[in-house]
Design a protein around this ligand. Structure first.
Ligand SMILES: NC(=O)c1ccc[n+]([C@@H]2O[C@H](COP(=O)([O-])OP(=O)(O)OC[C@H]3O[C@@H](n4cnc5c(N)ncnc54)[C@H](O)[C@@H]3O)[C@@H](O)[C@H]2O)c1
Length: 679
């Protein structure tokens, strides 16, 4: 056992060094026995008093799911920087904003800080699973050393102990007495071997004797098995259900588009009474008659279910809906025009919220917005109502990350960043979203806004790099897919794939929103340049089409061109900012006859629309693949070869394997494909 603990202690210590041990050696080490007992257990852990999150992060990396709370904002900020799901919460005064059930609650050393530990234990018991338990660590030698130093004024009064004047110092017997009075099922005490010379000392005296003689020399890990709390859990669940039935859990979603509709449906499916609002009467009518106008896996069935049960209805009357509800989620468009964000839709939505705003209301902005918008734009606008954010109502930004086609799954499972204009707003928003998704990362509003933009910009930069090297590979006469595949075998390299262009509502605008924050700095050009490279790719695709036709003695003018796919990405019907828009219009503009085929959407950008792939490619001079729909991945080249007039493929998404194309006597051209196949 000792060796086992020692091994993890070493590992943990090395780990702390690796991720940046900022408080120097005087910082009190956590009892490593805790770590040893949780390694690889996959448990759900709440670390109360998580500090800068070293233990939490370590446990996360060992396969546990960990939440951390601490009263120190500074500590929580550091914990978050270490990637820990931490937030500010004073467990003595506030309830945890989450309704998670934990297997283990760790109170390491914090029990010493509490004025009312019994009350706290009782509170925390509510968050334990049936078999859950507390791990309480008791002061150790280092702590006593610290106390002495504090007494003589030599220990820096650091943030962690800012409440030291409230500390209640327990002796071991006192503490045991206290635990006995806490109505706990079982208590197990293990000494923590962190006394520096314990090896030498234990040679002189057996450990048990040593403990008896000098009980305060060692730290103790006290494992407290909580009482089975089935009854407690049942009553909590009942309370939550009752709350959901009451008007307190009525929620308004403003904007029933790609984000708003799935959001409204998901909350309704979790027991909320949801009123969806849109200025578009057609969308409102469609929702009320159970008609789903967005292609999303699982959305149709869920919509039917929640509308027929009467838990979701739609209206155009925003103010009336808001007056009836306690929560508003805003998911209206925030387009970027000529590099500047247009907040007019958001302003209109906020004006409606202001007109219906009432006490204790939670307002969440899910729309993508520039950093600072929630605090400097939304908050003052809503406060014109005389109500104050954080005091009378709550305001948060919870950016949306969903990928079209996977919205329902992602809303329920993918991590969400939750940022309030203050801690109370963050907590309120956490409480709301924890009802539908357990993966929440609390922060402040401005960080949440920034996070959304930097993650999308990162993806755009990565794709731009892939596109740039694709253009280089074409010049070098090599295949960029092979090159990227090989480069990505490097353990620290992950280059995205190039293509006919980047579309959709996010990557095409979010980088501009980010760049606009610091336009005067020349370095921001990195973001703009990446955008320009990606915006160039549809034009480059047309250039390849032109070259391909020329190589066969043809020209764009008068050619019959089959375009496969107009959606901006595979498997979805979304054509917003799709590269196909430029490609189709440019080819039409140059006098080509363009026929498009897309099994997901009826959009055709002014070209002729075919109902089947065969109809589209019939007598085509060139087949251009713009979208990587799954249906195009196993194209039957043999059939296509029989239907087309000229066997030319321009592949914008590497849907066709070049050697397969050649097998059926096609001339193959692709983005980043510099090789030439001779027939
Ligand atoms: N679509 C995505 O995949 C995605 C992903 C992440 C973030 N976002 C962001 O989410 C926000 C919404 O995007 P979307 O794709 O759902 O847009 P969308 O255009 O599909 O839907 C927005 C809806 O809001 C409605 N609307 C506009 N003003 C309104 C108002 N005052 N009151 C009520 N309804 C109003 C519109 O009629 C429309 O139906 C944007 O900021 C976007 O950048 C979108």
């Amino acid at each position: 056992m000792v060796r086992f603990q020692k091994q993890f202690y070493e590992e943990y210590w090395q780990y702390r060094k690796k991720i940046g041990y900022i408080y120097g050696k005087k910082h009190i080490p956590r009892p490593f026995a805790i770590i040893a007992s949780l390694v690889g257990s996959g448990k759900k852990v709440l670390d109360v008093g998580c500090g800068e999150g070293f233990l939490a992060k370590f446990l996360m990396e060992k396969g546990n799911k960990v939440w951390g709370i601490d009263i120190s904002e500074q500590a929580v900020e550091l914990a978050r920087r270490n990637g820990v799901n931490a937030f500010v919460c004073d467990i003595e005064n506030e309830d945890l904003p989450i309704k998670e059930t934990f297997d283990v609650i760790i109170l390491s050393e914090v029990i010493e800080h509490l004025i009312t530990p019994k009350k706290v234990l009782k509170k925390l018991k509510r968050y334990l699973a049936d078999e859950g338990y507390f791990i309480i660590t008791f002061p150790n030698i280092a702590y006593y050393k610290y106390r002495l130093q504090l007494l003589f004024g030599r220990f820096p009064r650091q943030h962690l102990y800012e409440r030291s004047e409230h500390l209640h110092y327990w002796s071991i017997p006192d503490f045991m007495e206290f635990l006995r009075s806490c109505d706990l099922k079982a208590v197990e005490i293990r000494p923590v071997f962190q006394f520096p010379f314990h090896n030498i000392v234990s040679k002189i005296m057996p450990l048990r004797k040593l403990l008896e003689k000098f009980p305060n020399l060692f730290g103790y890990q006290i494992v407290v098995i909580a009482k089975p709390i089935n009854e407690v859990k049942k009553s909590v669940t009942k309370r939550v259900e009752e709350k959901i039935q009451s008007s307190g859990s009525c929620l308004t979603v403003l904007g029933l588009g790609y984000v708003g509709l799935p959001t409204a449906v998901v909350f309704a499916s979790k027991g909320f009474r949801v009123i969806g609002v849109d200025i578009d009467k057609n969308k409102v009518a469609a929702v009320n008659s159970c008609k789903c106008y967005i292609k999303e896996s699982g959305l149709d069935a869920l919509l039917q279910d929640v509308v027929s049960k009467g838990v979701l209805r739609a209206t155009t009357d925003a103010v009336e809906a808001i007056k009836q509800c306690n929560t508003v989620i805003i998911a209206v468009p925030t387009p970027v025009k000529e590099g500047a964000v247009d907040l007019s839709y958001l302003r209109d939505a906020l004006e409606s919220v202001k007109a219906g705003l009432h006490r204790d209301m939670l307002v969440v902005i899910e729309s993508t917005i520039p950093p600072g918008t929630t605090v400097s734009f939304a908050k003052p606008l809503l406060e014109e109502s005389e109500l104050r954010a954080e005091e009378d109502f709550y305001l948060a930004h919870v950016p949306e990350r969903i990928a079209p086609g996977k919205a329902i799954h992602e809303l329920l499972h993918e991590p969400r960043v939750v940022g309030g204009v203050g801690p109370r707003s963050t907590m309120k928003a956490l409480e709301l979203y924890s009802k539908v998704n357990p993966n929440l990362y609390p922060t402040d509003a401005i960080t949440a806004e920034f996070v959304k933009l930097i993650e999308n910009t990162f993806r755009d930069l990565n794709i731009a790099y892939a596109n740039l090297i694709a253009l280089m590979a074409e010049r070098l006469g090599i295949d960029v897919y092979e090159a990227i595949g090989l480069a990505n075998t490097h353990p620290r390299v992950n280059i995205h794939m190039p293509g006919a262009g980047v579309g959709g509502p996010c990557l095409t605008k979010d980088p501009y929103m980010l760049a606009s924050l610091y336009k005067e700095f020349w370095g921001t050009q990195l973001i703009i340049l990446a955008r320009k490279i990606n915006e160039y790719m549809p034009r480059h695709t047309v250039e390849i089409v032109e070259r391909a036709l020329r190589d066969s003695g043809l020209s764009v003018e008068g050619a019959k061109i089959a375009v496969l796919g107009v959606a901006y990405k595979g498997g979805v019907d979304d054509t917003r900012e799709s590269p196909a828009k430029y490609i189709v219009r440019e080819l039409l503009g140059r006098g080509a006859g363009v026929v498009v085929y897309d099994p997901y959407t009826e959009e055709c950008f002014g070209a002729e629309r075919a109902d089947s792939l065969e109809d589209a490619v019939k007598n085509a001079d060139v087949v251009v693949i713009v979208t990587d729909h799954p249906e195009f991945k196993g194209l039957n080249l043999e059939t296509i070869a029989k239907l087309v007039r000229y066997k030319i493929i321009v592949d914008g998404r590497r849907v066709v394997e070049p050697h397969q194309a050649v097998k059926y006597s096609f001339r193959y051209y692709g983005i980043g494909y510099g090789k030439v196949f001779k027939l």
